[in-house]
Design a protein around this ligand. Structure first.
Ligand SMILES: Nc1ncnc2c1ncn2[C@@H]1O[C@H](COP(=O)(O)OP(=O)(O)O)[C@@H](O)[C@H]1O
Ligand SMILES: [Mg+2]
Length: 325
């Protein structure tokens, strides 16, 4: 990868940080991270709870000050350029505070009125459009306390959509939603991205990121441990294993070894006849099968197992992820 010049960077990247750090007392919540989010990307900011996602997002939005490093959002330094950057950014961080006694529509009108860049003349129209976009038009006149969690989350998204935005920053937007609500929010994010809005979305749910994102960054213990396109990420983790079931396990191993397959496991006891090994890149499974057969190995089962994205994440973060969206 070539390093772009400074001039290019500001045009190509919607979010860019250098050594961004946040300490709370003696604890380093975000530890010198270099994030790069290309314009137009849907960037999945992934990591287990407590890994520093929200803290990073709060720094990007100028809600808290970094202890060190720099953050550039839409080509401008934060928090220095807060006033010019924020109107172009829609954000949902740990759910906005709605008044439960106002209707969804009244809540949005109030939010919009608090934005000094918004014109009062077009306010009602803007609010109606945002409600429509998130599928809440039918509930516009309902009080917010009567909203389901999914509806509240969508109302939160609506606040981010009141104005046209270049960047949406969404902190775990499907947290606490049921599968139906999750699908709806996901579809909404997809349609926003299709309009060209860059989306920075955090999640501790792998399935969400996998279905939605073009790029991912993985946080673990305050560090960014991996970053790239989803495809790059898949490839970097695609260590294939080969598995042979045979009563002739010794001769099978000899053949596998001749292909450079690294022995990984020979299942014990009831699975005595299964040999599993890591396949080196560029070895074709067909060639292995042919060699096994010509060496007289009685092949009763043959499988190539590709490492899942989930296994890759677990490897990187040392933690299991919830895989259920
Ligand atoms: N205001 C704060 N004061 C002290 N510690 C905090 C504060 N905010 C976050 N932390 C700590 O920083 C770490 C990262 O938290 P957070 O950014 O919320 O992670 P995530 O969003 O990935 O779950 C956690 O250990 C959390 O307890
Ligand atoms: Mg968080």
């Amino acid at each position: 990868m070539t390093i772009p010049s400074d001039a290019d960077r500001t045009t190509d990247l919607a979010v860019e940080t250098h050594g961004l750090t946040k300490r709370f007392g003696t604890q380093t919540a975000v530890d010198g991270i270099d994030v790069a989010v290309p314009r137009g990307a849907v960037f999945g900011f992934l990591g287990p709870n407590g890994s520093g996602k929200t803290t990073t997002i709060r720094m990007l939005l100028g809600l808290i000050r970094p202890s060190g490093g720099q953050a550039m959002v839409l080509g401008e330094a934060m928090p220095r350029s807060l006033d010019s950057v924020l109107p172009r950014v829609g954000a949902l961080v740990e759910g906005p505070a709605f008044s439960p006694f106002l209707t969804g529509e009244q809540n949005l009108l109030r939010f919009d009125a608090a934005d000094r860049h918004s014109s009062g003349r077009t306010r009602r129209e803007r609010v109606a459009r945002a409600l429509e976009r998130v599928g809440l038009s039918h509930a516009a006149k309902k009080k917010a306390h009567a909203y389901s969690l999914g509806m509240k989350q969508r109302l939160g998204l609506a606040t981010a959509l009141l104005m046209p935005r270049d960047l949406l920053v969404l902190d775990e937007p499907t947290n606490g939603l049921d599968p139906q609500g999750t699908r709806e929010v996901r579809a909404l994010i997809r349609s926003l991205a299709a309009d060209g809005t860059t989306v920075f979305v955090s999640s501790h749910l792998l399935a969400e990121v996998e279905q939605l994102c073009t790029h991912v960054g993985v946080m673990s213990g305050g560090r960014l441990v991996a970053q790239g396109t989803l495809d790059e990420f898949r490839r970097s983790g695609s260590r294939s294993r080969v598995q042979v079931r045979t009563p002739d396990v010794e001769s099978a191993w000899a053949v596998l070894a001749s292909f450079g397959v690294e022995a990984e496991g020979r299942e014990a006891a009831d699975d005595r006849d299964t040999a599993t090994g890591v396949m080196p890149a560029g070895v074709s499974p067909e060639a292995i099968v042919a060699a096994l057969v010509s060496a007289g190995v009685r092949v009763r089962g043959f499988a190539v197992l590709t490492e899942s994205l989930e296994q890759r994440f677990v490897e990187l973060t040392g933690e299991g992820f919830d895989v259920v969206a």
